[in-house]
Ligand binder design. Structure first.
Ligand code: ADP
Ligand code: MG
Length: 334
């Protein structure tokens, strides 16, 4: 009898241990030119390794850091690329092709000319823009067996996809280490790993491009939620607003009628590349792209405050309190 009681007691203890939620560990760091909030449930050492992973990626991919592989490539050195950088370059080039060059990882000279790298903003002359555009064109770049071929004068910049890549690598790190719940906010990029520890999906807010709060919430599990918007970095001159996303076909800041674009899907690097590209493409071209592909959904906010969502997120998307009056349209496949 006593043994049964002891067994019952230890079973109760075991059940209590099982129902204990894993401990929450958080860190705020500054990396890749943005503030990042990292949350991991369970093993705290994974949080430390996540930070190391981000810093390592940053030092390898930075377009300005003299010790980076990308910097070395851009200086004309012959570089033995790490497997990971080669894989990212390869993925990025595929997204450039998929978006018909709306994403172009060689557009950096224009980003610089408009002052977005330094904050010394200016509107370049037409001649300067057309001169710089001669060295823009992702299709002249290729990666074979880890070696990059790019014509002299072409500059690579992975800024539009690096945070998405980081999200994918963080998700893989958690999976490898048996951590089932984590949330990474990487400056406009959210990587949601697993679910909330209580089993419910993560609830991720999408920022109102015209204000400071969030206008909508998406429920997500094992997904990247990536937003690009003109409000993130811009300057104004003579009544015109110039944003930090460049249309590679004109060499000028993108003007496509969109205030922000959020791409939601299983692959962070794809969502990141597409959010930038779709901001350039505008609604109609982006809808065609979505209809021709799978693996992602889109939330568009237009300059006139209309909201469009693709049908895959119809059930997981809701307008936030105070935003119920926004006009919401669902885009369907057929
Ligand atoms: P952020 O990184 O600012 O959150 P994005 O992922 O949209 O936003 O990337 C924008 C950055 O990518 C810019 O700061 C610039 O360095 C670079 N960029 C701008 N336009 C393009 C483009 N059309 N294709 C590729 N990279 C771009
Ligand atoms: Mg991007």
């Amino acid at each position: 009898m006593r043994r049964v009681a002891a067994l019952a007691a230890s079973l109760a203890l075991l059940l209590a241990a099982c129902s204990q939620p894993p401990e929450r560990h958080t860190a705020t760091i500054f990396a890749m030119d943005t503030v990042m909030e990292l949350t991991v449930y369970g093993d705290e050492s994974v949080l430390e390794d996540a930070q190391d992973m981000i810093y390592e990626l940053e030092s390898r991919l930075s377009v300005t850091g003299p010790e980076s592989e990308i910097y070395a490539l851009n200086s004309g050195a012959s570089v033995d690329l790490s497997d990971d950088t080669a894989a990212l370059l390869d993925s990025a080039l595929q997204i450039c092709a998929m978006t018909d060059g709306a994403l172009d990882i060689t557009v950096y000279p224009l980003v610089m000319a408009w002052g977005f790298t330094t904050g010394d903003y200016r509107v370049p002359e037409e001649d300067e823009i057309s001169g710089l555009l001669e060295n823009v064109g992702y299709d002249a770049v290729s990666v074979t067996d880890g070696a990059v071929t790019a014509p002299p004068g072409v500059t690579l910049d992975l800024g539009a996809v690096a945070k998405g890549w980081a999200g994918d690598k963080l998700a893989a790190l958690l999976a490898e280490r048996g951590v089932e719940s984590g949330l990474f906010s990487l400056g406009g990029n959210i990587q949601a790993v697993g679910n909330n520890p209580d089993g419910s999906p993560w609830r991720v807010g999408i920022r109102d491009p015209f204000g400071d709060s969030y206008f909508a919430v998406v429920q997500a599990s094992d997904a990247a939620i990536v937003t690009s918007g003109g409000y993130e970095r811009y300057f104004q001159q003579d009544g015109v607003t110039y944003c930090h996303i460049i249309d590679p076909s004109t060499g000028r800041p993108a003007v496509s009628g969109l205030a922000s674009v959020t791409v939601i899907g299983g692959q962070g690097v794809l969502c990141d590349g597409l959010s930038t590209a779709i901001y350039v493409m505008g609604l109609d071209r982006a809808v065609d792209l979505w209809r021709e592909n799978t693996g992602f959904d889109i939330v568009f906010v237009t300059d006139s405050r209309e909201v469009y969502i693709t049908e895959g997120i119809e059930d997981s998307f809701s307008l936030a309190d105070g935003y119920e009056d926004m006009e919401l349209k669902v885009i369907r496949r057929a």
